[in-house]
Design a protein around this ligand. Structure first.
Ligand SMILES: Cc1ncc(COP(=O)(O)O)c(C=O)c1O
Length: 489
């Protein structure tokens, strides 16, 4: 009986693997849909053979296999070569294998005691990333965190700890009114960090940008002076390397000059653009990054590492631990038999921490640094191909010229609006075009691409490429699909 059960368990696992490998195959098959869209109420009501309600009694393994299959069936194939919706996309096979292994090991990153190999991999990989940033001998500190938003939050926390360490014990009342600066185009996580950490969003000052979405350094300096004049204390500046919508790179060197002049913490949010450090052709866009005090870099975006994989890298060693450590006696005993500096978990704001490093380390092994470079260069070439294709094409209007990253932002102007002169009515109509086309794309399941308004600009498409499976034919498909779906609007 025992043997029978073991056999059934192994058979079950093999069948799950079969479901997964079939899904992988279909993901790369352009004749399959990107998604099979259903409204929430439809999924909640239950599809044939697939019910989301939890049951009191155990379900059979056959049903569990159906549940696995249908979960994938009604999801979105983010690795499909025609999925352009998010900054993180693609399905890297080595990364996937790494994630499977990670789940199989099912351990926790907080101590060397229970994750010896993963902890060392994390240390080595962070050092390599710091070398790519340009910090001498790769010295410094860092952690993998649950995403760019959290990495950015770390940067604000350690900046505050650097200048006002007493806040750790006494709270914000021990500090004067502190101010953070970030671009109006920066990711909302900086504002969120301001709210969550007790600065208040009123103390997160947004900086003006040029027509390509890059911070204007003179505006930073003017705003610092203004804040000082009011008696508040400027603390932290975030420079974005690859903004979420425009893919803009703020001028880090000029911002660093100002930070040095006024003694402010400089953080570079390279969640999206950090990957360009791997490319000899494109890394100049981050010139000056080595002057930052901290850097966010998400391998799960531009480098195609499966979610989640984000690093916060810090120039000063020891500050993460100083800021966050609580020395819990039950976990971080100082009298273990090994070098306990490898118990890195107390640097984190979490206790338990998922192993995000293995898949990244494995991909780096499999591709080499050169493989990541080729991937980055290819994605940027594809975006240039799209830009060249639609720039000056009838029915398309660019939001800005000369993209810096893979972000290409554009309006599709349906024939009905082409002859119309600029007016409130035209703006309102144009605002509705991208959401309508997107909804039709999703209903038909052919492709997905993001849209948004920005400042006073009405809804436009934001195309991004980070998936290694994308080819020029997929870019052509997207353009054709937008024209097909939008021609009668
Ligand atoms: C520039 C930038 N920073 C931070 C983030 C947040 O990263 P995550 O989604 O991993 O939290 C994003 C996400 O798109 C981003 O574009």
């Amino acid at each position: 009986m025992h043997r029978e059960k073991k056999k059934a368990t192994m058979q079950f696992l093999l069948e799950v693997v079969d479901i997964l490998t079939n899904y992988v195959k279909k993901t790369f098959d352009r004749s399959t849909k990107v998604l099979d869209f259903h409204h929430p109420h439809q999924l909640l009501e239950g599809m044939e053979g697939f019910n989301l309600e939890l049951s009191d009694q155990p379900e059979s393994l056959e049903q569990i296999l159906v549940d696995c299959r249908d979960t994938l069936k009604y999801g979105v194939r983010t690795g499909h070569p025609r999925f352009f919706n998010q900054l993180s996309s693609g399905l890297d096979i080595i990364g996937l294998a790494g994630e499977w292994l990670t789940s199989t090991a099912n351990t926790n990153m907080f101590t060397y005691e229970i994750a010896p190999v993963f902890v060392l991999m994390e240390q080595l990989t962070l050092k390599k990333m710091r070398e790519m940033i340009g910090w001498p001998a790769g010295e410094g500190d860092g952690l993998f965190s649950p995403g760019g938003a959290i990495s950015n939050m770390y940067s604000v926390m350690i900046a505050r700890y650097k200048y006002f360490p007493e806040v750790k014990t006494k709270g914000m009342s021990a500090a004067p009114r502190l101010v953070l600066f970030t671009s109006e185009h920066s990711h909302y996580s900086i504002k969120k960090a301001g709210a969550a950490l007790g600065f208040g969003t009123d103390n997160v000052i947004l900086l003006s940008t040029d027509e390509r979405g890059r911070v204007i350094p003179a505006d930073l300096e003017a705003k610092i002076l203004d804040v000082k004049q009011k008696g508040y204390v400027p603390l932290f500046v975030n420079a974005t390397a690859g903004s979420t919508v425009y893919g803009a790179f703020d001028p880090i060197n000029e911002i660093a000059d100002i930070c040095e002049k006024y003694n402010l913490w400089l953080h570079v949010d390279g969640a999206w653009g950090g990957g360009l450090l791997m490319s000899r052709k494109h890394r100049h866009k981050l010139n000056g990054v080595e002057r930052a005090n901290s850097v966010t870099w998400n391998p799960h975006k531009m480098m195609g590492v499966p979610l989640q994989c984000s690093a916060i890298l810090v120039r000063e060693k020891g500050i993460l631990a100083g800021c966050n450590s609580m020395c819990a006696g039950y976990l971080f005993q100082p009298d273990k038999q090994y070098d306990v500096t490898y118990d890195t978990g107390d640097k984190a704001i979490q206790c338990g921490r998922h192993v995000d490093i293995f898949k990244f380390w494995l991909m780096w092994k499999a591709k080499g640094t050169i493989g990541f470079e080729q991937h980055i260069d290819k994605c940027l070439d594809l975006s240039q191909y799209l830009y060249n294709k639609i720039n000056n094409r009838e029915g398309f209007q660019m939001v800005f010229d000369g993209p810096q990253h893979t972000n290409v932002c554009f309006w599709y102007i349906p024939p009905s609006l082409r002859g119309m002169s600029d007016s409130e009515e035209r703006r309102e109509k144009l605002h509705r075009v991208a959401p309508k086309i997107k909804a039709m794309m999703m209903e038909s399941g052919t492709t997905m691409v993001g849209y948004q308004p920005q400042g006073n600009k009405v809804n436009f498409f934001r195309m991004v490429v980070s998936n290694a499976a994308v080819t020029q034919s997929d870019i052509d498909f997207l353009v054709d699909e937008i024209e097909r779906l939008g021609q009668d609007l």
